[in-house]
Design a protein around this ligand. Structure first.
Ligand code: SF4
Ligand code: SF4
Length: 571
């Protein structure tokens, strides 16, 4: 069948938002006599369902072969226009979207400049679309189950959510029982939202154990992972009762990392070791949670926060809770020494207010660290600091303020759980400077990783409270459901493609692909190895295309000739 060559240009005034700043008549005059342009017209609210019906009809009636929509940002309405064009019988790649609103109308002060810019952009799209070809699609069968690694609150909740959404789950826990940090009574015991974490986790464990959709392996670890999203091949190792190690191979659609975190006392940063009078926050938490709190004879407790780092995140939560319990339940005078008071989390402002009202004294120190001295003769610990906030009556330049206390409590560092680094290497998932798993985008895609189909939940991406952990689990479960809800997945073949005849096997692409979707594959017929790009998992970022020294990789929607045609007028 001969290919149709008629191009339609649809301008959208977006009410009057765009047309009051761009002269549409001038644009229509400019393009109407181009031989390849069959139709150019102005519409208002082209994205409205009733206008889209007319849009579709005009494509069919005029037998248009390629479409340019010049409207708002493709980020906002691109999907709607693509879908409509496909419903009109055209391939999605035969549509070009020009952003007249955010990229033109909102940028220029004078109508003349914005109109000129609009003409340039439409002309670029016109030159480019002439070279665009239909892109085919492919259907693959995927696994609809998920592997959750980590049996703490985050892992348990994610497993429960996924099973409710119809996805079988395999839950791996490296310890001998489920529960995560709740088993070590540290990190999250006191919470301002009054959720009893122990009770909550016990309930979740029971729910998981009674759920036939969730298979639990304790004393089990992931030791190998192959494949891509929808078809991961995971090898796990399980320690049996007789300490024999058994290996199992699992085919999974998605993977969830919920390995949590741990606390660590950095004596090197404080320059002191823990003792009976100098304890860590976790030790205090254990004291407070034991029946005999061991606080007899303690009248004054001093907390120091902020020495090991400014990034306190939720440490404030724990600090305020412990201080409040000591003041209200044990009638102990509490001092909190910190650089800054962080209350930028739900409920922290309220806890801080309560702490002030109950007589807890906050003292702020500057860059100079508080000095800690042991006064064995009087069985006290002395802490001295320069307080920058005290009024002139109290503060004499250079004079130290000294707090004498019975117990000194020092903040700990929160670090990734044991085995996180090894797991990141097996999964090829990136980590941040502190060793926590790195989110794909901290604001927009917080539970995604650099690898499609592998997600991070809860404290393994940085300390989280209970509510945040449950939110994370909910978000991840929905994302996985979106990904795995159909057995057969259809996707467009607009991802990176390699021409193995040009490839010199330098492996630059394999090393540079941030999403780890390029592999070496053996071609048995030709008895040689070749580069294989997993098109389902490729994110189309284009890094391999720009790095390949042999120009062997292309992205079908960003071919060199198309880009050159688009920018021809500018260069
Ligand atoms: S970078 Fe290019 S030449 Fe090198 S292995 Fe990859 S495809 Fe082949
Ligand atoms: S475009 Fe290339 S570098 Fe980017 S994800 Fe795909 S294969 Fe990897």
């Amino acid at each position: 069948m001969p290919q149709r060559r008629k191009i339609g240009i649809f301008l959208c005034s977006c009410g009057n938002t765009i047309s009051k700043l761009i002269n549409f008549k001038e644009i229509i005059e400019y393009f109407k006599n181009f031989k390849e342009v069959e139709l150019i017209e102005e519409n208002s609210f082209l994205c409205k369902p009733e206008t889209l019906i007319g849009f579709k009809k005009k494509i069919k009636d005029n037998d248009l072969s390629k479409i340019i929509v010049a409207a708002c940002s493709p980020q906002l309405k691109g999907t709607i226009f693509k879908k409509t064009v496909e419903e009109a019988g055209l391939n999605f790649n035969l549509l070009s979207l020009v952003n007249l609103r955010e990229q033109c109308a909102m940028v220029y002060k004078e109508k003349e400049s914005s109109t000129k810019s609009a003409i340039d952009l439409i002309y670029s799209a016109l030159r480019r679309i002439k070279l665009q070809q239909p892109i085919s699609s492919k259907t693959v069968r995927i696994k609809q189950n998920a592997l959750v690694i980590g049996g703490g609150l985050a892992g348990l909740q994610t497993a429960i959510n996924l099973s409710k959404l119809g996805h079988p789950v395999v839950l791996l826990e490296r310890e001998s029982s489920l529960g995560g940090n709740i088993n070590s009574t540290s990190l999250v015991k006191y919470n301002h939202n009054n959720i009893n974490l122990k009770e909550l986790v016990d309930k979740k464990i029971e729910e998981v154990n009674n759920n036939p959709q969730i298979e639990v392996f304790t004393q089990a670890e992931l030791i190998k992972l192959e494949g891509i999203v929808g078809n991961f091949k995971a090898t796990i190792e399980i320690k049996n009762k007789d300490t024999r190690r058994e290996r199992k191979s699992l085919n999974m659609g998605a993977i969830v990392l919920a390995t949590g975190c741990q606390s660590y006392f950095p004596s090197e940063k404080y320059g002191i070791d823990l003792s009976s009078q100098i304890i860590s926050q976790s030790q205090l938490e254990e004291l407070l949670s034991s029946k005999k709190a061991g606080l007899n004879g303690i009248n004054t407790i001093c907390f120091i926060s902020g020495i090991i780092g400014d990034d306190q995140r939720l440490k404030g939560d724990k600090l305020f809770n412990q201080a409040l319990i000591l003041t209200t339940k044990y009638k102990i005078q509490v001092y909190i020494l910190c650089k800054n008071v962080y209350v930028a989390e739900d409920g922290l402002e309220e806890l801080y207010q309560q702490a002030r009202e109950k007589g807890i004294i906050f003292l702020k120190y500057d860059q100079k660290k508080p000095e800690i001295r042991s006064k064995a003769s009087i069985n006290k610990i002395e802490v001295s600091l320069y307080d920058r906030l005290l009024g002139k009556d109290f503060y004499v330049e250079g004079k130290e303020l000294i707090i004498s206390c019975d117990l000194l409590v020092l903040e700990e560092e929160i670090i990734p759980a044991p085995g996180s680094k090894k797991l990141s290497e097996i999964l090829q998932v990136g980590c941040d400077e502190e060793g926590f798993y790195q989110q794909k985008n901290i604001s927009l895609q917080p539970v995604f990783t650099n690898r499609k189909g592998i997600f991070v939940v809860g404290a393994c991406r940085g300390l989280k409270n209970i509510i945040q952990t449950l939110d994370d689990s909910g978000m991840t479960s929905l994302e996985i459901h979106n990904l795995l809800k159909e057995k057969l997945v259809r996707y467009n073949l607009d991802r990176a493609m390699v021409d193995n005849d040009k490839c010199t096997l330098c492996l630059t692409c394999l090393r540079t692909c941030p999403h780890k979707v390029i592999q070496l594959e053996e071609d048995i017929e030709l008895n040689q190895v070749k580069i294989k790009i997993s098109d389902l998992a490729c994110e189309g970022c284009g890094i391999c295309v720009s790095q390949c020294p042999a120009n062997a990789i292309t992205l079908p929607r960003y071919k060199d000739d198309q880009i050159m045609a688009e920018i021809a007028q500018t260069i």
